[in-house]
Design a protein around this ligand. Structure first.
Ligand code: BG6
Length: 512
């Protein structure tokens, strides 16, 4: 494969040529996710011809040094492997632009550089600005893009912005950031990225529900008893992550965005069409319908937070959270959270949606399980075996992406004995190829102007409204007190308080 722009591999019409400018280009996200995603799009023949990539960052570097650093990581993480010849073509598209984020002159120079690239390309001035810097620079970048006129769509060309997470730390800061973004770019040109929406299996939730006639008639409180969303990670605070994490915590880091997005896809009504607003109108209604845990008592009753203590993960001994690098030894930041959500709509009345997320759990796995009510227990109640649990539909987001359905079957033999069995669909075996990385799909969608898999302003703000109440409940439970922080041994499945949360409803966590 010497030509990365293979026409024969194109699976949908390619977006127009554009220049992608990445702010924060020396960071981990650029090296581990964004550049490998663009490189893999090139390999798959999906990248528009004439794309240029400019890395904007503060450190002084030449194009060569920048490219070498990118290559090193690409070798390590690229989904389709690393091919020197293809990389050689690919890296010719990549340049480095040194500037402070607050330096107006750096943006004027950037504008000149972009004009020169456009002229070389034959006049098409489409620009995609990707803000992946540290969040404290988001405002600066946006304001300077505006001052340099780079936010304007000119001569039939477009100018769009992708904003990385964290999109604020609470409702007030998210609203402020939304103001700044919307004063700079129109909402239709704003792409708030949530990489979980780009995951293949997350995209498949709508297909599963609305392209198969058998699920939707049962998809309500009459037939569904509970839903669980689990996101387990075995990693802790490697690579100095503690500095960021200790100010964030599991609830803000993953529940506000990724896991509430998954919940909204499971609980939403069918959209009237598949347009970005059609889908997002329905998703936001779900988030808006979440019952608010708006007092310390309600938080205590419905939310469990915890930290890991020293233990063993994958056979290696690991330190407790408070001993981690760059973490306050008296930290009250949760590394684990379990919560009970109630979606107060006609469809979901009385059905608990449980979410749990934790670092330093036994393994990495994200899944959604939909637990159906058991069949009337009149025929087989005297029959040995497990029949009373009901069917469970499991959507495995990662790893081993797929869907399985647990049902009860007769054990072959001359007597009537029952046992649960699994009908299983694996992406890897059914389609014979790996799924693209979430960032591949999302970068391409932003180039193509499709915002369906990006969060809209109101979704982000509604999610923060829900999260803020919980944060307030924890940190301000009266007279400066903090609500309790549970503890669990690293490498176990979380604190017993999380089990008790479900036991109150007569439920228990699914074993992964
Ligand atoms: C990020 C969080 O958004 O998502 C991390 O900041 C988390 O803490 C990561 O580890 C998980 O993403 P994935 O795709 O590996 O599940």
């Amino acid at each position: 494969m010497s030509n990365p722009f293979r026409e024969d591999l194109v699976s949908r019409s390619r977006p127009e040529a554009c220049t992608v400018v990445i702010f924060g280009a020396t960071g981990d996200l650029t090296h581990r996710k964004l550049i490998p995603a663009l490189y893999n799009l090139a390999i798959d023949g999906e990248l528009p011809t004439g794309v240029k990539i400019i890395g904007f960052a503060r450190r002084d570097k030449s194009d060569e040094v920048f490219r070498d650093g990118l290559k090193e990581l690409n070798r390590e993480v690229s989904r389709n492997g690393h091919d020197e010849e293809i990389w050689g073509d690919f890296e010719n598209m990549v340049e480095y632009h040194q500037s402070e984020f607050q330096d107006a002159d750096g943006y004027r120079r950037l504008a000149e550089r972009l004009d020169a690239i456009d002229a070389e390309r034959g006049g098409k001035g489409n620009r995609l600005f990707y803000i992946a810097s540290a969040p404290e620079y988001f405002d600066d970048v946006l304001e300077h893009l505006k001052s340099a006129g780079l936010n304007e769509s000119r001569d039939g060309c477009w100018s769009r912005v992708i904003v990385e997470k964290p999109f604020g730390v609470d409702l007030a800061s998210a609203r402020h950031l939304n103001e700044v973004v919307n004063q700079t770019f129109e909402e239709k040109d704003t792409y708030r990225i949530d990489h979980y929406l780009g995951k293949e299996t997350a995209q498949n939730i709508m297909v599963l529900r609305f392209a198969n006639a058998i699920f939707e008639p049962l998809w309500n409180s009459r037939y569904i008893k509970q839903v669980q969303i689990t996101c387990a990670e075995h990693l802790g605070m490697e690579g100095g992550r503690g500095g960021y994490y200790d100010k964030s915590g599991a609830l803000r880091d993953m529940v506000q965005n990724h896991l509430l997005q998954l919940l909204s896809l499971v609980a939403m009504e069918p959209p009237t069409d598949l347009s970005a607003d059609g889908v997002r109108d329905e998703k936001v209604k779900v988030i808006r319908s979440l019952r608010q845990w708006d007092s310390p008592e309600l938080v205590e009753e419905n939310v469990v937070r915890a930290q890991y203590s020293a233990g063993h993960v994958h056979g290696k001994s690991v330190v407790g959270y408070r001993e981690e690098d760059r973490v306050d030894p008296e930290s009250m930041t949760e590394t684990y959270v379990a919560l009970r959500c109630m979606v107060d709509t006609w469809r979901w009345s009385g059905v608990p949606f449980y979410i749990r997320m934790g670092k330093r759990l036994p393994k990495k796995a994200t899944e959604i399980s939909v637990h159906f009510r058991p069949a009337p227990n009149v025929l087989f109640n005297a029959t040995p075996g497990e029949t009373d649990e009901g069917n469970v539909l499991v959507i495995r987001i990662q790893p081993d992406e797929g869907i399985s359905l647990r049902m009860v079957s007769k054990i072959p033999g001359t007597t009537l004995r029952l046992e649960p069995v699994k009908m299983d669909f694996h992406y890897s075996t059914s389609f014979g190829k790996g799924s693209p990385e979430a960032y591949e799909r999302l970068l391409l969608d932003a180039m193509a102007g499709d915002a369906t898999l990006f969060a809209r302003r109101d979704e982000v703000e509604e999610a923060w409204r829900f999260i803020d109440h919980i944060q307030r409940g924890w940190h301000d439970s009266g007279e400066g007190d903090e609500l309790s922080m549970a503890e669990f041994v690293a490498g176990s499945w979380g604190p017993e308080e999380a089990d008790a949360l479900l036991e109150k409803d007569g439920n228990s966590w699914r074993r992964l």
